[in-house]
Design a protein around this ligand. Structure first.
Ligand SMILES: *Cc1c(COP(=O)(O)O)cnc(C)c1O
Length: 479
């Protein structure tokens, strides 16, 4: 008797009943999401139990596996696609993107190369061009489809590192940083996102080996200090700017940064994980003015554009610097000719999911007007929430609410230690009620409640319900 007959699981299961089951669980989750307590209800220990145990000798029938996975995961799911999710800057996995991603998985495409995955490569190529149109960035730029803004920052800064060293005659791809004739100087705002520092860490530049530029009260880089520091430096230079600070939504002064960079031959990289999308809103595009004069940009698909996780984009104006930093050559890999674009030339990975399908589908579905409305609506809702909260005695909105972020402080006029305690107590009360997910952070030395409005289904009624809950809790805490 062969192994085949002994092991009932060696037969490849039918896909259709499995997808039917998956569809049932997936749609039940999404239908029930608004009424669901958004934070997971099970403890880590409770979640571990059903997933755990030794790997069994005997397999489990396919349908049972899907049932068991759904049951084990459900109490540990965070309701990120909920209209009541404001905890971090995360997107809501648009239904059109989810459907496209299901097909990408079923098609099993390895989107490394145009010859291996022609449709996947073309979807990326076209979606990449559409992204440049939606974001109003230079049309000749190259676009890489990565896992998120962390990797987009990594790739953009790798292209920057390559180019600023090439300009002094050094090939960093071949020779690494150790033998570089000059150190690469990196200028970065004090309120930059933590992941930019990770990117610098991965690139051998070092997360602490930077010149930090002070910021204003809203978290935007001070161009006057940047000018001073850059003028005093004679090394190859990279300036890392930011569009959309995670607590305040602040934008760095790009016009001035571009001017300084042009005078001193510096590369400008912009971390615009969500803030870059202000450019897609007619009403808010002015916030990101001058940003198109940068050399590279990092943004997310899985935040404002609502692509299912994971999806980010790196955009580089000098496509050659981008390819030089990322391409892989090996004799066994097919190479594309003439005008064909190999996806792997623009990202760190070789084998990868065909990310272009979901992006193509969501962009096609929303169109430029749909993206504009989505971004503008979230920004308008943020203003509405500010208006509801700001007049309440003892409560203060600490940031300029231009984008989709609110930084709320409690105990106006009290000592800092008291203010911090009140903010933390408010966060605990809201967490215990488990109706909304909110964030907490230390902002310029003070504890705040963070509100990120970025989920596609969020409407005015959700914002009003959130404002009612925050105010009711505050009045209870601070009668
Ligand atoms: C979210 C975010 C990142 C990190 O993006 P990931 O998609 O989590 O990798 C980087 N910078 C900013 C400003 C962000 O908001």
């Amino acid at each position: 008797m062969t192994q085949e007959i002994k092991n009932p699981q060696s037969k490849i299961p039918e896909l259709e009943p499995l997808l039917e089951k998956a569809k049932g669980y997936a749609t039940a989750f999404r239908h029930g999401i608004e009424g669901r307590a958004p934070f997971p209800t099970a403890t880590t220990q409770e979640l571990r139990a059903p997933f755990n145990g030794a790997l069994a000798k005997e397999g489990t029938p396919a349908g049972d596996v899907i049932d068991q996975l759904a049951a084990a995961a459900d109490p540990g799911l965070m309701a990120v696609p909920s209209p009541n999710f404001f905890g971090w800057v995360m997107g809501s996995s648009h239904p059109v993107g989810v459907a496209a991603d299901w097909m990408a998985s079923a098609w099993g495409q390895n989107c490394a190369n145009e010859i291996v995955a022609p449709a996947g490569a073309i979807a990326e190529e076209v979606a990449g061009a559409w992204l440049l149109q939606a974001l109003d960035l230079p049309a000749q730029s190259s676009v890489g489809f990565v896992t998120g803004a962390t990797m987009a920052n990594f790739v953009g800064l790798a292209a920057a590192r390559s180019e600023v060293l090439r300009r002094i005659g050094y090939d960093v791809e071949a020779n690494g940083l150790f033998g570089a004739p000059k150190k690469v100087a990196v200028f970065i705002g004090e309120d930059a996102h933590a992941t930019v520092f990770s990117a610098l860490q991965f690139l051998g530049i070092g997360s602490a080996n930077v010149v930090k530029i002070p910021v204003d009260d809203n978290g935007a880089m001070r161009a006057d200090v940047l000018r001073e520091m850059v003028s005093a430096c004679f090394n190859p230079k990279i300036i890392v700017a930011q569009a959309g600070q995670i607590n305040t939504g602040a934008f760095d002064p790009f016009d001035e940064i571009a001017e300084i960079a042009a005078e001193h031959n510096a590369w400008v990289h912009v971390d615009g994980a969500f803030g870059l999308w202000a450019r897609a809103s007619k009403d808010r595009a002015h916030l990101a003015r001058g940003l198109d004069k940068a050399d590279s940009w990092a943004t997310d698909g899985h935040k404002w554009l609502q692509i299912p996780y994971d999806c980010g984009y790196v955009i580089v104006k000098d496509a050659e610097a981008h390819r030089r930093a990322m391409s892989i050559a090996a004799s066994y890999l097919p190479t594309s000719e003439d005008d064909r674009r190999d996806p792997a030339d623009y990202v760190p990975e070789l084998s990868r999911r065909a990310r272009g399908f979901a992006t193509w589908a969501v962009l096609k579905h929303l169109g430029r007007d749909g993206i504009d409305q989505l971004v503008t609506r979230h920004c308008d809702l943020a203003r509405h929430l500010r208006d509801r909260l700001d007049g309440v005695p003892g409560m203060e909105v600490l940031n300029d609410v231009n984008l989709n972020q609110l930084a709320v402080g409690f105990g106006a006029g009290k000592a800092l230690i008291e203010q911090n305690k009140l903010a933390k107590d408010m966060l605990t009360m809201m967490r215990d009620q488990n109706e909304f997910v909110l964030g907490g952070a230390e902002w310029h030395g003070r504890w705040i409640m963070r509100v990120s409005i970025i989920s596609a289904p969020t409407r005015m009624r959700h914002i009003d319900a959130l404002a009612d809950a925050i105010i009711a809790n505050w009045q209870q805490l601070n009668p």
